[in-house]
Ligand binder design. Structure first.
Ligand SMILES: [Zn+2]
Length: 217
């Protein structure tokens, strides 16, 4: 008998899989077959876990094209082999040493709850054992805020903080000796990007001006 029970969020995913299997997977069947031999992405993307900013959706990438690590607020902790957590460092090491990617993109985004938790020191959030200590790794980003930040609106401070976390993550990436080595050998470039959810705008950090500049569409 027909049921009026609403489909659960997980049922939606299974339905999405079925659709994928009948369409995109079939269209790219040969590519998927080739990819069983190994992956050779040229780009690693470090992005936020936020459900609204999936890099594969925003950047329209296909299978095998980008190696992605996502975490709350797209934070790269500085090199410190003795410290936990190591999850992201392992992903970076795999991308750089094994996959030998040529680019690492740190992709921040607008309305980032992780960056907001950093800026507000967790105000309005439940007490957390992992979340706040994690975002606090990016506390030095607050030192990168522009001098005029005290006169900014809350929205402007939020955006400047999101930019600052991207810049800090790029700085921290360069503390990994093997990242530095490949950069100095001209084999690896770092990029700082930011995707604004509201208007879908993507901006890129220009290393010459230290400013984020819009990507024309
Ligand atoms: Zn975020």
């Amino acid at each position: 008998m027909f049921s009026f029970r609403r489909r659960s969020a997980v049922d939606r995913l299974v339905q999405g899989y079925r659709q994928f299997r009948r369409t995109k997977f079939l269209w790219k069947r040969n590519l998927y077959k080739r990819l069983t031999k190994g992956q050779h992405p040229k780009v690693m993307i470090i992005a936020c876990s936020d459900s609204r900013v999936s890099p594969t959706a925003v950047l329209n990438t296909g299978p095998g094209e980008v190696f992605i690590a996502r975490n709350v607020a797209n934070i790269v902790p500085p090199h410190d082999p003795d410290a936990a957590p190591r999850s992201l460092a392992a992903a970076i090491e795999f991308a750089v040493k094994v996959l030998r990617v040529e680019h690492i993109v740190v992709m921040g985004h607008g309305r980032c709850g992780g960056v907001a938790a950093l800026v507000s020191h967790g105000r309005g959030l439940p007490e957390t054992q992992y979340l706040q200590p994690w975002v606090d790794i990016a506390a030095p980003a607050l030192d990168l805020l522009p001098d005029e930040s005290s006169g900014m609106t809350a929205a402007e401070v939020a955006r400047a903080s999101e930019y600052a976390v991207v810049k800090l993550s790029l700085k921290n990436l360069q503390t990994y000796p093997w990242v530095r080595e490949r950069m100095e050998g001209g084999k690896l470039s770092l990029h700082g990007w930011h995707f604004a959810i509201f208007d879908g705008a993507l901006v890129r950090l220009n290393p010459d001006t230290d400013q984020f500049e819009a990507v024309p569409v």
